[in-house]
Design a protein around this ligand. Structure first.
Ligand SMILES: [Zn+2]
Ligand SMILES: [Zn+2]
Length: 330
């Protein structure tokens, strides 16, 4: 028997602040994402808006309805980062509510999945070729990618660049924007000092899970570690992240993210030898898994992100070898 599809759900976190828990099409791997509604005058500020997929708008509306709000009352849409599970429905929200969209300007990584989808795909394929991923797997990945949905309603431009220091006014107080790249080049956190609240997007998650958007930043892992330092300097008692429940002990989550990154760095460093190896050859020792159509890009990009940081810190060196790039311990 088919299980009944889960719906969007809204719940109050604090007076004037609601969590909108939205189902994602990637259960059980990533079953939900959060958006946040914050009271502001006669309406509310919406932070993130979920993926654009079958039924996603109804989920968002249902979650809002459960806390007595309507999409049309949104006075502003703020996006923590341009991954489709956070900004996918933005075009629809902006049109329905007639509100502005504020988002970080560094969104080439998102354009590459929407308006410039084919060039974006070609860049990925080139990374995989240089990594030594077998041609047949690359071809299968490309076919799969071209046939998969975009999860974004439309390519919208931000009305205002959400950069360091931009303030977001709400009834709870004035939030300040902090750029926290690493997970994505466009990632920001919002901090409300008086209430010690931190909207952390996917930079800091309730349950630590690392992902580095590769190909649109020089050293995503290095940027992520710097961003953790930034957030550590903010006084926060409650973290509101892009996935999972609100969490206390923000410093503990920062420390856990650092530990997880260091562990992965150690594993990648340990797989390197004096003898140069392709990324494809490194996958088994690092991840204990073989790439398939679903995992090829994830494994390649995450390995490259870590290698790039090891290179930046003098622990790895790359070596061109024909059409491929090989890596060795430095
Ligand atoms: Zn993300
Ligand atoms: Zn996310």
């Amino acid at each position: 028997m088919a299980t009944k599809r889960e719906r969007g759900r809204g719940e109050r976190v604090l007076p004037g602040l609601w969590r909108l828990r939205l189902p994602l099409p990637w259960a059980p791997r990533v079953p939900h994402g959060n958006a946040w509604a914050i009271a502001a005058g006669s309406g509310f500020v919406l932070v993130d808006c979920g993926v654009h997929a079958r039924g996603s708008l109804a989920d968002l509306e249902q979650a809002l309805e459960m806390v007595g709000l309507q999409l049309e009352q949104a006075s502003l849409l703020v996006v923590t980062h341009a991954h489709h599970d956070h900004w996918g429905e933005a075009a629809t929200v902006v049109e329905r509510a007639g509100c502005e969209l504020w988002m970080h300007p560094d969104v080439a990584h998102a354009r590459a999945e929407v308006a410039e989808r084919e060039p974006g795909l070609q860049r990925r394929l080139e990374h995989m070729r240089r990594a030594g991923i077998p041609d047949q797997l690359i071809a299968d990945y490309a076919e799969d990618y071209r046939g998969s949905p975009m999860y974004v309603a439309g390519d919208v431009r931000a009305d205002r660049p959400l950069v360091d220091g931009v303030r977001v006014q709400t009834d709870l107080g004035t939030w300040t924007t902090y750029e926290t790249p690493g997970h994505a080049p466009s990632e920001v956190c919002l901090h409300l000092p008086g209430r010690r609240l931190l909207i952390s997007g996917d930079h800091l998650l309730g349950r630590v899970a690392l992902y580095f958007d590769y190909g649109y930043a020089e050293d995503p892992v290095g940027a992520f570690l710097t961003s953790l330092d930034r957030v550590a300097g903010l006084d926060s008692r409650l973290g509101l992240s892009g996935h999972g429940k609100p969490f206390v002990d923000v410093p503990g989550h920062i420390a856990a993210s650092r530990r997880a990154t260091a562990q992965r760095q150690t594993a990648v460093r340990a797989a390197l030898d004096r003898e140069p190896r392709s990324v494809a050859e490194l996958l088994a020792p690092i991840w204990n898994s073989r790439p398939d159509v679903d995992s090829a890009w994830w494994l390649t990009s995450q390995t490259l992100a870590h290698l790039t940081h090891l290179e930046a810190t003098g622990q790895a060196a790359r070596q061109p070898d024909g059409a491929q790039v090989r890596w060795r311990a430095a």
